[in-house]
Design a protein around this ligand. Structure first.
Ligand code: AOS
Ligand code: ZN
Ligand code: ZN
Length: 390
């Protein structure tokens, strides 16, 4: 594989790649055993946005930041939007939260009690009002709804109520906005989950209409699931709205994307590219959904977006003409070899040069480590309350 000429041919396609950062990645996070605080952790939504903007300054890859309501609730969203613009980023997806209130013990949009459903619907409508002020396109909903014991809930009744609630929310989604429904196979419910898989999300959003799509969180599948097949299918059906990128070893681990299995990330991005989900004509949103429990958060996010860029470059390098010919010829190992050649191509040197040509640091991890941003925030952000991810 001639990585140099190969890279020159795909370099321009990397321009404009955008990966949205989650505001919650900058707060302290942990497990049910312990949340470790760290020096310099933001105490306000503005400080989270400033950190996200720093990731963008060092990488050129992260022009937007996703907010989570109510974690990022403020009085004046227009002012927050201006603040973000001053920092060099825009506000992105608004994430709803129907999992941290006592009323939601037995669910939210699928709850058996109409009062609880109404409360959850109203929360989503409030999120849409916020999107109007922030200029956000996407409302992303992940539901904790489900049950723990066989017989506890009427599975069909819950699915019907979910459809009705989603339709009420969808009625308020603006012409330029989208409702994105995220699925997850288990947790916090362990017996059944109301939106457990892509098929259920697809069925629900298809019933709503064109501006409702599916969010694929890479950590939300059973071990061994062929995620790139799901990517292919959702793109084929025109319903892949967004990604929540992260890595998993065991469950919904929310580790740095590309760290557990870079090859899986490569395979996913190859199907994204092949399916038309990458580039200026695509409206697939690429987001991170991660927590940094033991590592510094800003370099954790820098590493993440670089991993996505690196695997995107390798996936773009696949010789699709040769691959197509090998597939048509039934050349099993030839076809496999063509894919692996691209995967094994080291693009790090080329990407460093690509960055320098664009006025970015060749090595954003090192540039951040050598900058004084971390020491500045550690000195400045004393007093006040550090934010945790929730
Ligand atoms: C939960 O497991 C999901 O991944 C959601 O995307 C969730 O909203 C996000 O992790 C922030 O809580
Ligand atoms: Zn997610
Ligand atoms: Zn998750």
């Amino acid at each position: 594989m001639t990585s140099h000429t190969g890279f020159a041919a795909i370099a321009a396609q990397l321009d404009g790649q955008a990966i949205e950062l989650p505001s919650w990645a900058f707060g302290n996070s942990g497990t049910r055993f312990k949340v470790f605080g760290s020096a310099g952790t933001p105490r306000s939504v503005e400080e989270k946005i400033a950190d996200a903007a720093t990731v963008h300054r060092f990488t050129g890859l992260a022009p937007t930041v996703a907010l989570h309501i109510p974690w990022d609730k403020v009085d004046d969203y227009a002012a927050l939007r201006s603040y973000a613009a001053e920092q060099g980023v825009a506000l992105g997806t608004i994430n709803s939260n129907t999992f941290q209130d006592d009323d939601y013990k037995f669910g939210s949009l699928a709850h058996v009690d109409p009062k609880v459903r109404r409360k959850a619907i109203d929360h989503h409508l409030e999120c849409i009002d916020i999107m109007d002020a922030t200029g956000s396109r996407d409302l992303k909903s992940w539901l904790a709804d489900g049950s723990n014991y066989p017989g506890q809930a009427d599975l069909r009744g819950r699915q019907d109520r979910l459809a009705e609630s989603l339709s009420t929310i969808y009625d308020r989604i603006g012409e330029e906005q989208r409702l994105v429904l995220e699925y997850k196979f288990f947790e916090p419910a362990f017996y059944h989950t109301d939106v457990p898989d892509w098929g259920t999300s697809y069925a629900q959003v298809t019933a709503l209409g064109e501006r409702a799509t599916v969010c694929l969180d890479t950590g939300h599948h059973a071990p061994g699931t062929n995620i790139e097949f799901i990517v292919m299918q959702l793109l084929r059906l025109g319903k892949l709205g967004s990604f929540d990128f992260n890595s998993r070893f065991y469950a919904d681990d929310d580790l740095i994307v590309g760290s557990a299995d870079p090859f899986q990330l490569f395979r996913i991005l190859f199907e994204v590219i092949r399916g038309g989900g990458f580039g200026p004509d695509s409206d697939v949103a690429f987001m991170l959904d991660q927590c940094h429990n033991v590592e510094n958060k800003i370099p954790g996010q820098i590493r993440s977006v670089l991993n996505v860029q690196e695997m995107t470059a390798r996936a773009l390098l696949v010789d699709r003409v040769a691959l197509d010919a090998a597939q048509t010829d039934g050349d099993v190992l030839g076809a496999h070899g063509i894919l692996m050649d691209a995967f094994y191509t080291d693009v790090r040197g080329d990407l460093a040069a690509w960055r320098e040509e664009r006025g970015l640091p060749a090595d954003p991890m090192r540039a951040y480590a050598e900058s004084d941003y971390q020491s500045q925030i550690e000195a400045a952000r004393v007093g006040g309350t550090q934010l945790s991810w929730n």
